[in-house]
Design a protein around this ligand. Structure first.
Ligand SMILES: Nc1ncnc2c1ncn2[C@@H]1O[C@H](COP(=O)(O)OP(=O)(O)OP(=O)(O)O)[C@@H](O)[C@H]1O
Ligand SMILES: Nc1ncnc2c1ncn2[C@@H]1O[C@H](COP(=O)(O)OP(=O)(O)OP(=O)(O)O)[C@@H](O)[C@H]1O
Ligand SMILES: [Mg+2]
Ligand SMILES: [Mg+2]
Lengths: 169, 155, 155, 169
């Protein structure tokens, strides 16, 4: 399930609609401190189905919505979409003959959430199950290494390390 | 199950033994079960020996050596069970230039299996990219993505 | 004692408010007591706002912003009560080049008070040195100190 | 109490006698990963009177002695000396008119320890008290920031942060 595109609007520091085409090979993201690079990682984790704001450096989910800046006021909604190539067929029957699968997660200031697969409303669980099938999900702790976290596998207790290997099995 | 873990462990261990000397330009490392008699509950230890050094308790390793050992193990698990993409956020922060180059090369090798998304401040890691995105905040507090450089892969 | 903590806190807070905007080239920060009525047991919170950004929970700051905020506070405590020497081991690891320069400048200012011993992999921090020591392991596993470059201070 | 010189022999990766003159201003230490830079910081902490091997990345104190390399066998003793300018007079009476104070800590493989001030045998406590007086000691957590530890003051709980400020008072 190759990742084709990441789109964000209103998510953390990404006020305006932003798109990143993800090609084959190595994609490198650079920029000064605090410009938004790790926020892109948070956006991916969130769209995949992260359920705790703490995993995204927030206290509450509302902190994920653009909070305003010196020159702009806060926004009312955050939205992230991941578009993937449907090359595994391991998707809900309804989408089996779609060439691409676009997952969208949306959050409003009043706490209301929306989830879509190719424009159709689904539940958070459907999104999580889609990704579990493809091998990227909360279980695969080794496929997303957040800033500052690389040391964990070395400093972990032997039992914790075993769990990581077990979950990859 | 007991067999599944045993099988998984052996593959990860083999990959780890292969990748570590590539990143360290020598030396050796392996995984060890803390309780080989009890496959259902055993923990996993890391035994790592950078080139030219005596084998010692892992905690004595330097910041850069620990990071490179961690990367070796993460990559070993990844090769055992690749996911469609792998994201690494500034894992190269403590590396010196020589290790940074070997890390960048290892990332390129890994990218044959999966899409690698790497955030970095380091030049050599940047140079390993097929696609380069720059993120800026010209307007304070507002992120903007600019400057896509395409290497070998058309976008 | 109650007065001693209050006095100390005020000085550190004042220094923190002064140093943070120097390192961030703008913005503002302060310390806050979690329980101002109870000086004997109150905790201390950090309120930090990088330039151009809205004030938010500190945990949302980036890796580099957190490191620079931490350095600002450490330096503020240090200025309140300088010790003969201060040792910083790779605190600049997550900083970009602009922040690295401002960090190096802050280290130079601090060195008027005390001896600063700084371990780094970064060029600009190296260039701020009066004395530069290189450590190598030409012989594997055996450390050797070489190449002392003297800047402004004779050794 | 200005630091004048650091000398190490047999301490961690410093097999042979090594000296670093510490001048005024900024002293910068550079070198490749694993070459021994942080080991110098450990040496200073140890000489000042650190009592737990864990603070020095070890399991036991014996791990501080050069353990050998590819081409050399292990050594039997570790020794670190810090030489300071006696400009504060806040020292034991016996040393009050010495221009310099040299603190030496020595550890043998059998676990035996020795401590010296200007060549005279003293106890660990005398070394710790000397440094407490000068303001560098285990209490001053803010004057030695170990690798990877800068984040602690930001991620600490408010009560822990208060303690750091209190100890500096
Ligand atoms: N809801 C939000 N609204 C506006 N800005 C936000 C929001 N959440 C986080 N931010 C801002 O995003 C910034 C952090 O961005 P990020 O962590 O992506 O930086 P980075 O590019 O990874 O930097 P570094 O190189 O230091 O790791 C913080 O300054 C924070 O104030
Ligand atoms: N008792 C000992 N005998 C021999 N070598 C030792 C001993 N204790 C530690 N070492 C070695 O010292 C090395 C770590 O050194 P140190 O932490 O000073 O590196 P560093 O220069 O700070 O590197 P980095 O830039 O990665 O932080 C390890 O490789 C370890 O094997
Ligand atoms: Mg970041
Ligand atoms: Mg180090």
């Amino acid at each position: 399930m190759k990742l084709l595109r990441i789109e964000l609007v209103g998510f953390k520091s990404f006020r305006t609609k932003t798109g990143l085409e993800i090609g084959d090979g190595v994609t490198t993201i650079v920029g000064p401190n605090g410009c938004g690079k790790s926020n892109i990682v948070d956006a991916i984790k969130w769209c995949i189905g992260a359920q705790s704001a703490k995993d995204l450096r927030g206290k509450g989910m509302d902190e994920l919505i653009f909070a305003g800046s010196e020159t702009h006021r806060a926004m009312g909604m955050a939205e992230v979409s991941l578009t993937m190539q449907n090359d595994r067929g391991d998707v809900p029957a309804a989408f089996r003959d779609h060439a691409e699968i676009k997952v969208t997660r949306r959050l409003y200031r009043d706490g209301e959430s929306e989830y879509e697969l190719n424009g159709s409303k689904v539940r958070l669980r459907d999104v999580q199950e889609l990704f579990l099938g493809t091998g990227v999900g909360s279980r695969e702790a080794y496929s997303i290494i957040e800033q500052g976290r690389i040391g964990f596998i070395v400093s972990a207790r032997p039992e914790e390390r075993r769990l990581i290997i077990e979950e990859a099995a | 199950s007991r067999e599944l873990f045993d099988e998984t462990f052996k593959v990860v261990d083999a990959e780890f033994q292969r990748i570590f000397p590539q990143l360290f330009r020598g030396g050796r490392a392996r995984l060890e079960l803390t309780d080989p008699e009890n496959l259902l509950e055993t923990g996993v230890d890391i035994i790592a020996q950078p080139p030219g050094k005596r084998l010692q308790n892992m905690n004595l390793l330097s910041g850069g050596e620990k990071a490179l050992t961690a990367v070796s193990l993460i990559f070993a698990i990844f090769r055992m069970r690749p996911t469609p993409f792998c994201i690494l956020d500034e894992v190269d922060a403590p590396l010196d230039e020589a290790n940074e180059s070997r890390f960048a090369e290892a990332v390129r090798q890994m990218s044959q299996l999966s899409q690698m998304l790497v955030i970095t401040h380091k030049r050599r890691t940047m140079e390993a990219a097929d696609t380069l995105y720059g993120v800026t905040m010209e307007e304070p507090g507002v992120s903007k993505v600019v400057g896509v450089r395409l290497g070998n892969t058309p976008v």
